[in-house]
Design a protein around this ligand. Structure first.
Ligand code: 13P
Ligand code: SF4
Length: 300
């Protein structure tokens, strides 16, 4: 019933629903498109015909959609769905770093707030961070805010001089190398894949390190039939749905991003009905942040 109402409202309001891979199953099922941050950013930039984009994810993702599609009305069903990692790089602190290292490029992970994107040279996601860092002309780089993704990049792009910010994701930080040891004992034939927001020792012990869309691709292509998933638990629903003949287990305990889970069918319906909560950003922030996001798309 509520799903039908959402679909009718969507038509009536000329809206598109985008959802991140960590959203609850009901939201993934009702969305027009489910993806990782990179895919969602590209989708947001590509819409021509809709009037409204409802973004089921956290605020920096909805802001990214607004920056790339400023003429659209971008809504988020729950205004306080934030990302603590993004908040770890504050505007003033980033400005200070820029002053301290004037010849460095600021590479901002898309998990950053819009004002920080506006003073960055380029953005990246976990899906394209390597390519972006390799391809930009600057040798000196300040990479923010996630120190683990920064470690992942620094370890693979030796020719660049990279300073890592000190932020972290509380969800991914909970995976430990002990979880990997236990998983290997329990499922010796399973492939263990983890997100680059996990700690370096976890990344080192895993079979592969991927963004959430990278995991979707890896699972499809791999000959393995069992996988241990080191990222937020929401992705497992999508993996199972798309690969019914393969088995998936969370690495250790199920790890949950509580902000991602703030969105549900009820507040999605309300969001469409009342056209709220609208993402509004100052024009100058949109203009500058857009340059960093467009550069990201151009460097990959
Ligand atoms: P992805 O870009 O891999 O989907 O990651 C986004 C995120 O927030 C990870 O915690
Ligand atoms: Fe932010 Fe971590 Fe949640 Fe991703 S999983 S949105 S990085 S808090």
């Amino acid at each position: 019933m509520i799903i039908e109402e959402i679909l009718n409202l969507k038509k009536e309001k000329e809206a598109i629903i985008l959802a991140h891979n960590y959203q609850i199953p009901e939201i993934q099922d009702v969305a027009d498109f489910v993806g990782d941050s990179l895919e969602l950013a590209k989708k947001a930039a590509s819409f021509k015909d809709c009037r409204i984009i409802v973004f089921c994810g956290v605020k920096f993702m909805a802001e990214t959609a607004k920056i790339l599609s400023p003429d659209k009305k971008v809504l988020i069903p729950q205004i306080d769905a934030g990302c603590p990692l993004a908040d770890m790089a504050g505007y003033e602190d980033v400005l200070k770093m820029k002053e301290k290292y004037p010849d460095a490029w600021i590479v901002s992970y898309v998990n950053s707030n819009a004002d920080v994107k506006s003073i960055s040279d380029v953005c990246c996601t976990s899906g394209n961070a390597l390519e972006v860092v390799k391809n930009i002309p600057s040798k000196k780089i300040i990479f923010l805010p996630d120190k683990n993704l920064c470690w992942y990049v620094k370890n693979r792009v030796k020719e660049k001089d990279i300073i890592c910010w000190n932020g972290y994701c509380y969800v991914h930080r909970k995976f430990t190398f002990k979880d990997i040891e236990k998983a290997r004992k329990m499922y010796p034939d399973a492939e263990i894949i983890v997100h680059p927001e996990c700690e370096p020792d976890v990344q080192k012990m895993a079979d592969g390190v991927y963004s959430t869309a990278g995991m979707v691709k890896r699972v499809k292509e791999s000959k393995s039939t069992r996988f241990i998933i080191g990222t937020e638990e929401g992705l497992i629903y999508r993996l199972k749905k798309e690969n019914p003949d393969k088995d998936f287990y969370p690495l250790g305990k199920k790890r949950i991003c509580y902000d991602m889970k703030k969105i549900n069918l009820e507040n999605l319906k309300k969001s469409l009905e009342e056209e709220k909560y609208e993402i509004l950003l100052p024009d100058n922030i949109i203009e500058k942040a857009k340059k960093s996001l467009e550069r990201m798309l151009n460097y990959t």
